[in-house]
Write a protein that binds this ligand. Structure first.
Ligand SMILES: [Zn+2]
Length: 487
């Protein structure tokens, strides 16, 4: 990337021109776009630690690394909060090859939360179309004991990405019914790219060995299968385990007047392993660290406590933030706001208000000092799929950055999610905006309001988030009070 500072000069001047009553947010923002170690941190995390699926040795190293980083930034109150995740799934061996009618290597990546093959499996390939119930029904008895190849169109938008997840349950049900021995899911990214596609988010194991298969290899298999019998050898050996412990990294800058009130800024530290978790979500881990460093460096202590949290277990089903909410249940009334970043380094255009129109005015007011960045195109839409979720369903005011899908989306969970993908210029702007925002949320005398359970219920219906929660199997937990905690 080009020199980040140069391109931000205009915005910097805009910041300087705004005369704020308190110049703390201006100073924080100006510092963030200046010379900071944010990308040195990201390099250490991505190149030094690498991909870090929760429960792996690399994930433990990243947790220790992050705690060290907060301490080095001058934060005294740093803790590792332990929590439990139901089932361990880590990738191991994943090999495949075509054995007939031609012999060639087929590149595959095991799908998280699916089972291993018993040794090496060799079977006929059947073309299962797009994996619908009708597609499997059409195959009839030929699907039994076969390796079913499922086609996907190329992923171009967030809707495509969500559609891939929303299909999981029906695909598994149809494949089970047909009695297939394994599933090969065509990669939605062309040119050989593989990625991790989790098949469940509640910790349960899908009993069918499943892998993403290189798109071009999948197409070749499909064309060959049109002509006659195709056989594939598949060896998937995943590391499975029961309940295990991980940690969230929590660092506090205690407030000067209301230390019991908390403004939380968070990002998830864990990542999948094929790449090094730069866009998802190392870059925002580095942002959270750098925002913390800015407050310490400039000696700025707002009215309320700012809590910097690096969650783990996000990729496994948002376990870190879910457990945080459970652990801090009694404190949720005193959580003034939660701000989460989890879409890489694309330009920040505003925030998800997550169904709460009442957040728009205070957020805009907070962003006035960084008005040059024009990050005020907020959406009332509510999102499910990152660490704001359990706060949202518990009524805590929560915001998630809305960012350009590039560069995040094409490299999402892919081998190519590496340090060089990051848009450094935009990330510095986001760090400036985030600094000013959390300062205002922690400083302004008026506090954002926590919603009641009935207000949250209405919000979920109004934003249609209830439909997504049903599709992701979260609705029953909300209904029964397991998720969405109120006192
Ligand atoms: Zn993420």
């Amino acid at each position: 990337m080009r020199n980040a500072k140069h391109g931000l000069l205009f915005a910097a001047l805009t910041i300087a021109a705004v005369a704020a009553a308190d110049d703390a947010p201006r100073r924080l923002a100006a510092r963030a776009i200046g010379d900071t170690p944010i990308f040195d941190d990201l390099r250490e995390l991505c190149d030094g630690v690498g991909g870090r699926p929760t429960g792996s040795p690399a994930a433990f190293r990243s947790i220790e690394w992050a705690a060290r980083k907060f301490k080095a930034a001058g934060i005294e109150r740093v803790s590792l909060e332990p929590f439990k995740i139901p089932n361990l799934w880590l990738p191991g061996t994943a090999e495949a090859s075509a054995t007939a009618p031609e012999q060639f290597t087929v590149r595959v990546a095991a799908a998280p939360f699916t089972s291993s093959t018993e040794g090496t499996l060799e079977a006929r390939v059947v073309d299962a179309g797009e994996g619908s119930e009708a597609d499997f029904a059409k195959l009839g008895a030929t699907a039994k004991g076969a390796i079913a190849l499922v086609h996907n169109k190329e992923m171009k938008t967030f809707d495509d990405l969500f559609a891939e997840y929303l299909r999981n349950d029906s695909l598994v049900a149809a494949a089970k019914k047909a009695g297939v021995a394994a599933l090969l899911l065509e990669s939605t990214r062309p040119r050989g790219l593989l990625y991790r596609h989790p098949m469940s988010f509640d910790g349960s194991l899908v009993p069918i060995p499943t892998a993403i298969v290189n798109r071009e290899h999948a197409e070749r298999l499909r064309r060959l299968a049109e002509k006659g019998e195709v056989r594939v050898r598949l060896n998937l050996q995943n590391k499975l385990g029961g309940e295990y412990e991980s940690h969230n990294v929590v660092a506090d800058i205690p407030g000067r007047e209301q230390p019991g009130e908390i403004v939380l800024i968070g990002a998830h530290l864990d990542s999948w392993d094929l790449g090094t978790g730069a866009e998802d979500n190392g870059v925002n881990v580095a942002l959270v660290l750098d925002v913390a460093r800015g407050f310490k460096q400039l000696g700025i202590v707002p009215r309320r406590t700012i809590r910097f949290v690096l969650f783990t277990g996000e990729e496994q089903g948002m376990w870190g933030s879910r457990r945080y909410v459970e652990r801090h249940r009694a404190e949720l009334d005193r959580h003034a706001a939660v701000v989460v970043f989890d879409t890489g380094s694309g330009r920040l255009t505003g925030f998800y208000l997550n169904g709460r129109e009442d957040l728009r005015a205070p957020v805009n007011q907070a962003l006035a000092v960084v008005g040059g960045f024009n990050a005020i195109d907020h959406t009332i839409e509510a999102i499910d799929g990152t660490d704001n979720f359990d706060f949202l369903v518990s009524g805590v005011p929560n915001l998630v950055g809305v960012q350009d899908p590039i560069p995040y989306l094409p490299d999402y969970h892919v081998e190519s999610d590496t340090f060089d993908r990051v848009n450094q210029r935009e990330e510095k702007a986001t760090a400036a905006i985030a600094s000013a925002l959390v300062w205002a949320l922690a400083e302004n005398p008026e506090r954002l309001k926590r919603q009641t359970r009935s207000e949250v219920e209405k919000l979920l219906v109004d934003t249609k988030l209830d439909e997504q929660m049903k599709a992701f199997g979260q609705w029953e937990d909300f209904k029964s009070g397991k998720r969405g905690l109120f006192q």
